[in-house]
Design a protein around this ligand. Structure first.
Ligand code: FES
Ligand SMILES: [Fe+2]
Length: 355
């Protein structure tokens, strides 16, 4: 049901300490801890002796000890000590998952460890870049992770759910929208040209509700659960643009500001999700300050919490009956097809390997 040979965000760094920490990812119970050097470690949360959850254990040095009968495991998951005996039973091992800390998140690889290549982690350098102010958090969502991907790929909802913050009617009614697909990503480009700025945009850009700006929203989905948003506004930003996929997502044009936002949705189960997000901003001609970082965080938190309420309510109503689609759904339909295709291909590969 879930793609396994890929990196998922598993936790925020502060959550993983020398105290074992448990979290379910893709229906698998995992225990996380850190070595003496601070490296994250991830094990199956189930002792190979009598199935005690290892999250109840304790860490000494680079050893995790089970709470029940004290079996000790090194960072590879290998049992290295059984109290009261000098030999280690064959097969005394718990599964260890590749885990790394990057872009200020803890990432886990749920599939074949031999394929875990750190270069495949979706880049989000703005989280730690000096010239971007960034802050984000974690939401626990009681919905299918794909509902969150749908939401991010169809930003027409900003005109309804987020009118008090990042949205206004123009974003839903007047945007020019294009969708681009390649082998492992779907990108939706939206341009709303010559319209009044939304409330958050007034605050960030120093505009009034009567000012006129061009607004871009470049939304990029990457397998299995990453959605990067490159958004912003400036007067006349659309001049000379092809209304498509431009370099405007990299630079903030004169007189404007930009957001770079990473959303990473990690399935817990089929109907629950760990939603990690972070939002970076840059304003032309203005320094990054803690006050502005906090202002943008509060605005985005309010908006994303509005989405959180939507996801939970949608899931309560979800059933097997077909839904209808609108023209705005092109991106999310393409992303869901990509997920289905990749999951089926991975299952087929695993089935062939098992024969
Ligand atoms: S269940 Fe873990 S040591 Fe017995
Ligand atoms: Fe939203």
């Amino acid at each position: 049901m879930f793609l396994k040979n890929c990196w998922y965000v598993a936790a925020e760094p502060h959550e993983i300490t020398r105290e074992p920490f448990g979290r379910t990812i893709c229906n698998e119970k995992i225990v996380f801890w850190r070595t003496e050097d601070g490296d994250p470690v991830a094990f199956e949360d189930r002792c190979c002796h009598r199935r005690m959850p290892l999250r109840k254990g304790s860490v000494q040095g680079n050893i995790l000890s089970c709470h029940y009968h004290g079996l000790q495991f090194d960072v590879t998951g290998k049992c290295v000590h059984v109290p009261g005996q000098t030999t280690i039973p064959p097969g005394a091992q718990v599964r260890a998952y590749p885990a790394v800390q990057k872009y200020n998140w803890i990432w886990i690889w749920m599939g074949d460890p031999a394929l875990a290549d750190e270069d495949r982690i979706v880049p989000y350098p703005w989280k730690t870049a000096d010239d971007w102010g960034d802050k984000g958090t974690y939401f626990y969502v009681k919905s299918d992770y794909r509902l969150i991907i749908d939401n991010l790929l169809d930003l027409s909802h900003l005109g309804f759910v987020h009118r008090s913050t990042i949205g206004n009617v123009a974003v839903a009614e007047a945007a020019r929208v294009r969708t681009l697909k390649d082998d492992d990503s779907v990108t939706v480009a939206r341009w709303t040209v010559g319209k009044n700025p939304a409330p958050t945009y007034q605050k960030m850009g120093g505009w009034t509700e009567d000012d006129i700006v061009d607004r871009w929203q470049i939304i990029e989905f990457r397998m299995p659960g990453a959605v990067r948003l490159f958004t912003g506004a400036a007067p006349d930003a659309a001049e000379g643009q092809e209304f498509g996929f431009t370099e405007i997502d990299r630079d903030v044009p004169k007189g404007g500001f930009g957001f770079h936002n990473l959303n990473f949705v990690t399935p817990e189960t089929a109907t629950t999700t760990h939603y990690f997000w972070s939002n970076a901003y840059q304003i032309d001609g203005k320094p990054i300050t803690p006050e502005m970082t906090e202002l943008q965080y509060k605005q985005i938190f309010t908006a994303f919490h509005q989405d959180w309420e939507v996801f939970n309510k949608q899931q309560e109503n979800w059933d097997d009956r077909p839904t209808i689609d609108t023209i705005q759904d092109a991106g999310s339909i393409a992303a869901r097809a990509m997920i289905d295709r990749e999951v089926a291909a991975e299952r087929e590969t695993l089935a062939i390997a098992a024969e």
